[in-house]
Design a protein around this ligand. Structure first.
Ligand SMILES: CC(C)(COP(=O)(O)OP(=O)(O)OC[C@H]1O[C@@H](n2cnc3c(N)ncnc32)[C@H](O)[C@@H]1OP(=O)(O)O)[C@@H](O)C(=O)NCCC(=O)NCCS
Length: 178
């Protein structure tokens, strides 16, 4: 039985991730520049496991969308929901050939709207490598606030890296929209 819902934006269709998306995801993530904040370049085993986990996870806890542009999977976006506190962690990625067109912003704005309006989350937050200014720029443009820096929190390619956390409260989002 199909699970999940579809969201539409001006340029994009956000639909639940499918097992068949693995090839497209591997194609755009097999890129040293795309993967510079990851520990290593992914291989097919890694991507198949990642996709299977996302597809099998309960939609209510882990809604994962593929970002579809002109019928092509060009990225992914989703929430990991902590129902106890009504928090959702937002994560996203996009094929390099489409960077700089505001596509992830467009997808993220819709997922944030869905999270606050329809899932009634109280807070949506994100994390990124502190050096990933492309990603933190998206967080700032979403109206999120820098909540903290976790020093030497992860290791990327043998190097200890700081992680930043950004957050947006439902009340702030309502205020910003009015
Ligand atoms: C982070 C990411 C999702 C941003 O997506 P995007 O659709 O390009 O985002 P935007 O178009 O809103 O651009 C965001 C910022 O990136 C920078 N940028 C845009 N195009 C760029 C390019 N080709 N190269 C480098 N930086 C670029 C700009 O500073 C831009 O900010 P601005 O709009 O104020 O100028 C995308 O870069 C990505 O998928 N990166 C690899 C995976 C990743 O890091 N995911 C996030 C993990 S936390």
């Amino acid at each position: 039985m199909a699970k999940g819902i579809e969201l539409k934006t001006e340029r994009l269709n956000l639909r639940p991730m499918r097992l068949a998306d693995a090839d497209a995801i591997l194609a755009y993530s097999s890129d040293e520049v795309w993967a510079q904040y990851h520990d290593k370049l992914p291989d097919m085993d890694f991507i198949e496991e990642f996709v299977a986990q996302n597809v099998l996870a309960p939609w209510a806890d882990d809604p994962r969308f593929s970002i579809v542009l002109d019928s092509e999977v060009v990225g992914g976006i989703g929430l990991t929901i902590d129902r106890k506190y009504a928090h959702g962690e937002l994560a996203y990625s996009l094929a390099r050939e489409h960077w700089g067109k505001g596509l992830v912003m467009e997808a993220a704005q819709e997922v944030v709207r869905w999270g606050f309006e329809e899932l009634e989350l109280a807070k949506i937050w994100t994390r990124a490598d502190a050096l990933n200014t492309q990603s933190t720029r998206v967080m700032e443009k979403l109206g999120m606030t820098l909540e903290g820096v976790l020093r030497a929190h992860t290791v990327v390619r043998g190097e200890m890296r700081d992680e930043v956390r950004y957050g947006l409260l439902q009340v702030e989002w309502i205020e910003q929209a009015s």
